[in-house]
Design a protein around this ligand. Structure first.
Ligand code: SF4
Length: 727
């Protein structure tokens, strides 16, 4: 039986799934999607499928995937965007499906290296305080019985202590390898890769998929690839390929080697030991060298030289980063980011500070490697082996730092964009490919015979060209694709009401007026989405006093990270959550958790942001208008993602308020309006808007609380920034 036919039979009313799952309901759109996927899996090719919330995408792709994977030497890789979705697929959806269709298949989940407990780090880490000590004991007991060592799954009784410890306990994503570590057999990361190599279905996340093409053997070969939440793949690829060097990064590696001054004589001192690696080599290894070779004078001299070099390296790093600080004015919203196109533009003619740091990196890399080789040759037991591994890792980090800094300072890759930035983390150098399309096509999507990419938002006005271009797909590039869009199973036109608020003198004024009026009239949960932290701050300031008598006001970063605030928001009623980037997508607020969504501004990228500018240059070279071909489709996709937070279930009702009149007045408005299920109502009256929203949501009269009048703007506060925006 063909795969398509088999999928059809299993999903049909009275088929196996309905027999096994009492609550199973055949969904027409889900069936169509599953059949389309089965066809692509059978015939090969790339399918971009836009499937809205509620279709039941996971079952639609998992069913053909597992049926395909059971035969011959086939392997399916499924990539989800987040680790929590990865866990959900692996622990819940996949086992339930395999059981329902009576299949036994080796399946594995593989995450990024740093998510796995590193046994060597666990052995070397001491807690800083009683809470961390207790958490470490708990972790040791858990690790002794756990097969996977996946730190996401460790049920810490003190999550805060675990959060502090986590960075010290995970496998080092940059430097540790089987060659530099003797704990291969105990290593969870090694085990996880081995399990993936033997599995027929491997569940990964985008980040791991993104780097898998460049890291030999990270993922075994596969013939079918499924990418869920595919609209986020480009951003993840970009994040993985971006190279950055900061003063902090230099300091991190210098701290790792330490000053060489001894604090105790333990080779197995904690990683965070301020005395560092050089001191431990001195304390532990010098006696071994003396015993083994009769003298350790060469090693002692080398350690002294390296220790002296640490201080020089710090000074040179300070000079270098001071010299490259962006000279342009710091934008009040976006900080200082300055693009540069050559080494001359970055550092001028004085190359001395750069050359000094590169020479330090070289010297540390080489010397640490030689020390490791010397120590290794003594064959002095397990502790010495561990120290050898640490020396190799530290050497590797210096080598990588030198290579990255050299690349960023030269700025010679034609297809890359380079910039320096100055913000809360100090001065940083960055470089990233202008487009990740080549990488995505060659090393990710093109690796599979059949690739299926899905999300609720892949197109703008039904056109998939923008996203396909960003992912390097297309006939002309040798990787043609087909597309499919599926209708929402929800009656969205009845579930949603949309307003455009055209009142308010500035963005902050408009948003705070609307939010306060809505809180007063409805008392329902509101999510307010911003495009920049500074804009969020202005509105927060205004709302702090006006919402006093209402529900809680939660602001991303001020009151906690997005994930924690999202959890809290779900449990609150009458709350206002102010969010930026990460809350535009990937968060689920079903039912009463979210009934009002306020979009402060259409989510355009900043045109003079280096990457956006570089993409614009490219398009101009091709005779295309960057605004029409890049800015608008990108903003529409982001807008659709944001709006998608509102209706998550068939019985949800929600009000969308867009505080940006451009939605109904700009020349490009159609692209945005087409993504809404109903036409918006325009108003300049915040109270009338709020009353309309309350009626739509069925709020009983007088149910909401009293809200104090709006606070005036802070005297002297600058007007909303707008100078660098698209029209
Ligand atoms: S290879 Fe060694 S250092 Fe790396 S994660 Fe495994 S145990 Fe830790």
């Amino acid at each position: 039986m063909s795969l398509v036919r088999e999928v059809e039979t299993l999903l049909a009313p009275g088929g196996r799934l309905s027999q096994r799952w009492p609550r199973y309901e055949e969904r027409t759109v889900q069936r169509e999607l599953a059949l389309d996927i089965a066809r692509v899996v059978e015939q090969g090719g790339v399918l971009l499928a836009e499937a809205p919330t509620g279709v039941g995408k996971s079952l639609a792709y998992l069913l053909p995937a597992v049926l395909h994977a059971r035969g011959g030497e086939r392997r399916v890789v499924v990539a989800t965007c987040t680790r929590s979705l990865q866990d959900q697929l692996f622990e819940r959806d996949l086992p339930a499906l395999l059981e329902a269709v009576d299949l036994r298949l080796p399946c594995a989940r593989l995450k990024g290296k740093q998510n796995y407990l590193c046994p060597r780090a666990l052995q070397q880490t001491d807690g800083r305080g009683a809470e961390e000590d207790e958490t470490l004991d708990e972790l040791r007991r858990w690790a002794a019985a756990d097969e996977e060592g996946d730190l996401d799954r460790f049920p810490a009784s003190d999550p805060e202590a675990m959060r502090r410890l986590r960075g010290r306990l995970g496998a080092d994503p940059h430097a540790c390898t089987m060659l530099t570590c003797r704990k291969g057999r105990e290593c969870y990361w090694v085990r996880a890769r081995r399990a993936a190599a033997q599995a027929r279905v491997v569940i990964v996340n985008h980040a791991l998929l993104a780097i898998s093409g460049e890291v030999e053997g990270l993922l075994p070969d596969f013939d079918v690839l499924v990418v869920d939440e595919a609209h986020r793949l480009e951003g993840v690829l970009l994040g993985q390929l971006e190279v950055a060097v900061s003063r902090n990064r230099v300091e991190e590696v210098l701290r790792l080697v330490g000053t060489g001054r001894r604090r105790g004589n333990r080779a197995a001192a904690p990683r965070g030991n301020p005395a560092g690696l050089l001191a431990r080599v001195r304390g532990f290894a010098l006696p071994l060298f003396t015993a083994g070779k009769g003298s350790a004078s060469a090693e002692r001299e080398e350690l002294d030289a390296l220790a002296a070099r640490v201080a020089h390296a710090r000074g040179d790093a300070d000079r270098f980063f001071e010299a490259i600080e962006p000279r342009g004015e710091r934008h009040e919203v976006y900080g200082a980011r300055e693009r540069y196109r050559s080494a001359l533009e970055l550092i001028g003619r004085d190359l001395a500070p750069l050359e000094a740091i590169l020479s330090h990196c070289n010297r540390f890399a080489r010397s640490l490697h030689l020390l490791a080789e010397d120590l290794d040759s003594l064959r002095a037991g397990e502790t010495a082996d561990d120290l050898v591994g640490e020396l190799e890792q530290a050497g590797g980090r210096f080598a990588q730092l030198g290579a990255d800094l050299g690349h960023l300072a030269e700025a010679t890759h034609r297809d890359w964009v380079y910039w320096r930035s100055a913000g809360g983390r100090g001065v940083e150098l960055h470089g990233a490919p202008v487009s990740v399309g080549d990488h995505a096509r060659r090393l990710v999507i093109g690796r599979a015979r059949s690739a299926f990419l899905t999300s609720a938002t892949l197109s703008t006005g039904g056109d998939f060209g923008f996203l396909a271009e960003r992912l390097g797909l297309g006939e002309s590039r040798g990787l043609p694709y087909e597309t499919a869009s599926y209708p929402s199973p929800f009656p969205l036109a009845r579930q949603m009401k949309v307003f455009v608020y055209e009142g308010g003198g500035s963005e902050a004024e408009a948003v705070s007026e609307v939010v306060a009026a809505l809180a007063l009239a409805t008392g329902r949960n509101q999510l307010v989405l911003f495009t920049a932290h500074e804009r969020l701050r202005r509105v927060r300031e205004r709302l702090l006093s006006s919402l006093e008598a209402s529900g809680p006001l939660l602001a991303q970063e001020w009151d906690g990270p997005a994930s924690l605030l999202a959890e809290r928001f779900r449990l609150e009623r009458g709350a206002v959550l102010l969010g930026v980037q990460s809350l535009w997508e990937g968060v689920d607020f079903p039912g009463e958790a979210l009934e009002i969504l306020v979009v402060a501004k259409l989510p355009f990228s900043v045109p003079d942001e280096p990457l956006v500018e570089a993409r614009g240059d490219r398009l101009r070279e091709q005779g295309l208008d960057p605004f029409q071909h890049d800015a608008v489709p990108e903003a529409v996709l982001r807008f659709r993602q944001g709006v998608g937070r509102l209706i998550r279930r068939s019985d949800d009702r929600g009000v969308l308020v867009v505080c940006d009149p451009r939605l109904v007045t700009a020349s490009y408005r159609r692209a945005f309006l087409e993504s809404l299920p109903v036409a918006p109502e325009r108003t300049r009256d915040a109270r009338a808007l709020a009353a309309g929203a309350a009626r739509f949501l069925g709020v009983p009269a007088g149910a909401a609380e009293t809200v104090a009048p709006l606070s005036p703007p802070t005297p002297g506060a600058p007007a909303d920034p707008g100078s660098v925006e698209w029209p």
